[in-house]
Design a protein around this ligand. Sequence first.
Ligand SMILES: Nc1ncnc2c1ncn2[C@@H]1O[C@H](COP(=O)(O)OP(=O)(O)OP(=O)(O)O)[C@@H](O)[C@H]1O
Length: 251
Amino acid sequence: MTEPVLFTRNLCKRFGALEASSDVSLDLRPGEIHALIGPNGAGKSTLIKQLAGNISPDSGSVWFHGQDVTGLDTIARARLGLARTFQISALAMQHTVLQNVILGALGQRQAALRFFGNIMKNKALRAESEQVLDRVGLLEHASTLTGELSHGQRRLLEVAVALSLRPKAFLMDEPMAGLGADGSARMTGFLDGLRREAPILLVEHDMDAVFTLADRISVLVYGQIIATGTVSEIRENPEVQRAYLGDGGLE
Ligand SMILES: Nc1ncnc2c1ncn2[C@@H]1O[C@H](COP(=O)(O)OP(=O)(O)OP(=O)(O)O)[C@@H](O)[C@H]1O
């Protein structure tokens, strides 16, 4: 079997008496969208934060591209190619759309930001950033101030900034949140193609999007993964149905 790009082994994280991650082992394989679903408070965000390096597990490990990254912080993991989007918006609202992408690309290359004016004249960097904007459909807004974008456009810009990091894997925390039907459809279409470039671990409450996109789904309940499988395996799993009954089931 192909080596997973990202995986955890036996992650445990407690907040006082609460076990937010309980012996969590999951993997993200090349080319896939692996959705992580579960009721509110199940521990999805806590898990993503341990993958991204925002918080440390009490025990267990996180591996990325064959390397144990458990001791690395978010910046070190991002430099290795692990891109996280959406929970924390890092967009600079007072800068233009293009400037945000260029800043993102620079972060990856560890360049100093002191020479921002000169950097904006760097033709290769500019062309590369414009190309990324074109991919997410925001090229016509390159000179728009980021603060003037709609919510949906900002979300696409966040993907563009993440793309400029040339990631090897994406961690996405509720990319559909706050998007209307059109915005969700557009984001779904975009993520669908993106998996070929880098696999995506997707935390999402929008079940339509999850069922459309996911190659595999893992279900987290009270900090534990109770099932991992394809969309139909998960929909038909009685334990998953029981866990979701209070939420109206998996529809
Ligand atoms: N820093 C913290 N200190 C104490 N408890 C926390 C902390 N972060 C999360 N928790 C608790 O851990 C549990 C899991 O929270 P988490 O945010 O990971 O769940 P979630 O599945 O992402 O929920 P949602 O779907 O509502 O975003 C919750 O009971 C939450 O209150």
